[in-house]
Design a protein around this ligand. Structure first.
Ligand SMILES: NC(=O)C1=CN([C@@H]2O[C@H](COP(=O)(O)OP(=O)(O)OC[C@H]3O[C@@H](n4cnc5c(N)ncnc54)[C@H](O)[C@@H]3O)[C@@H](O)[C@H]2O)C=CC1
Ligand SMILES: NCC(=O)COP(=O)(O)O
Length: 328
């Protein structure tokens, strides 16, 4: 029996708390997980929805109560929560929840980390958070120099090579080293975590028409193509660089297992358009498993009981599946 999954609180004024309860209601007969969050806040929220929360003192206690209640490892917030209204005073606890979950997975008492959505702006303004997102913060906590963002839905898997940077910085950030490291991490993860022994990877160009022979930009031919050529020589199944605008229609998607894209929106727009509800964000290249829903804090609908828990449920299920794959 693997250790339980640690679920971070995310921004307590966002949809994370209500979705955690909804995910527990759906998954309570499956692999146990526990929330690292404020027990008082979660009890108040659960009472309103007829659900139960159990305070636990260690991750080991989660399995025993999981069928009846959402286990919560207490991490008290500084201030009471108003759904939809983020509070800078709670930012330190939000960061603390991520740090605690990572410490637990490092020590082996948790099998994986699933994160609820955070507001990067709230964390920066409230607690001086210096990272653009979980992906970069988790790499820092894990002590690795590069982590890779994967978004996966039943219809598509995508990876942006450059992540949370301005579009104007993308060409300079897109170096052969970064592309090669990303492809190696992605290729390895498809085999070890997703059970694809010979992953077919489609790689997008940076420019319109993948540069069209240099008439619309040079990076496709001068940066991307040589890296693909080199890694093909090692046996990787890499197609591209492909024009980004024609690689996501159904017939094109049928020809690959993973699309590697050059920047955030090139990767995330197709997957969130195709299936916002079931997308999962996973961080590859870490020494532990991390997944999360593909959506953000959704402050605009928090506390109204209308947010879909499907993406968080899919994230928890994917973390459990990846844990099983690695244990094989
Ligand atoms: N993994 C994470 O921690 C992520 C955090 N964010 C953060 O979230 C904040 C808000 O970002 P936005 O761009 O507004 O994205 P968002 O995903 O929070 O919201 C975009 C739209 O989708 C809707 N939506 C989101 N989740 C939903 C759900 N579960 N069910 C139904 N509708 C849902 C929202 O109501 C909104 O209309 C930002 O601070 C951003 O940085 C965004 C993406 C991922
Ligand atoms: N747009 C995806 C996103 O912001 C998620 O980032 P992260 O917090 O998982 O790094």
């Amino acid at each position: 029996m693997p250790a339980p999954i640690a679920l971070t609180m995310g921004d307590p004024a966002g949809v994370g708390p209500e979705l955690s309860l909804a995910a527990h209601a759906r998954l309570k007969n499956g692999a146990p997980f526990y929330l690292v969050g404020d027990v008082r806040h979660m009890r108040a929220l659960a009472a309103g929805s007829g659900q139960t929360v159990a305070a636990i003192t260690a991750p080991d206690d989660a399995a025993a109560v999981f069928a009846d209640a959402l286990p919560v490892l207490d991490l008290p917030l500084a201030n009471p929560v108003t759904a939809g209204t983020p509070d800078l005073g709670n930012a330190a606890a939000v960061i603390g929840s991520i740090e605690a979950a990572v410490a637990q997975v490092h020590s082996g008492v948790a099998s994986a980390v699933v994160t609820n959505p955070i507001s990067k702006l709230v964390l920066r303004e409230g607690a001086g958070f210096a990272f653009p997102g979980h992906t970069e913060f988790l790499a820092h906590l894990a002590g690795v120099s590069r982590s890779v963002m994967l978004l996966a839905a039943p219809a598509l898997r995508v990876i942006p090579v450059t992540i949370h940077i301005p579009v104007s910085d993308v060409p300079a950030a897109l170096t052969p080293e970064v592309l090669e490291q990303t492809l190696r991490i992605a290729h390895h993860a498809m085999i070890s975590d997703f059970g694809l022994p010979e992953p077919r990877i489609a790689v997008a160009g940076l420019n319109p028409h993948a540069g069209e022979g240099g008439t619309m930009g040079h990076e496709d031919a001068s940066v991307i193509a040589p890296v693909l050529e080199r890694l093909r020589g090692e046996g990787m199944d890499l197609r591209g660089p492909l024009p980004g605008d024609t690689m996501f229609h159904p017939a094109a998607r049928a020809g690959y297992d993973l699309a590697v894209c050059m920047y955030h929106d090139q990767a995330l727009i197709p997957i969130k358009t195709l299936d916002f509800e079931h997308g999962v964000n996973a961080t590859l290249g870490l020494p532990f498993i991390r997944t999360s829903p593909d959506h953000g804090t959704a402050f605009d609908i928090a506390g109204r009981g209308i947010a879909s828990a499907e993406s968080l449920i899919a994230a928890i299920e994917m973390a459990a599946s990846m844990t099983g794959m690695r244990a094989r």
